[in-house]
Design a binder for this molecule. Structure first.
Ligand SMILES: [Zn+2]
Length: 60
């Protein structure tokens, strides 16, 4: 079971580690500010059958 996922910020290209909560559902979508460049990103988090998280981000 993962409790972090990694995405690449579309604004600054930095890899960002993101804390995730599997109890919030297998498909999650929310807005988060990049901790490096402070621009807002739309984050999508998905969990596979084994509970491994993957995240993708796009510019809001
Ligand atoms: Zn950024």
């Amino acid at each position: 079971m993962d409790d972090t996922a990694c995405y690449t910020c579309p604004h600054c290209g930095e890899p960002i580690d993101l804390p995730v909560d599997a109890s919030a559902g297998p498909h999650q979508r929310f807005t988060d500010d990049c901790p490096v460049c402070c621009n807002p990103n739309v984050i999508r988090v998905e969990f596979d059958d084994e509970g491994n998280a993957s995240a993708t981000a796009e510019a809001e």
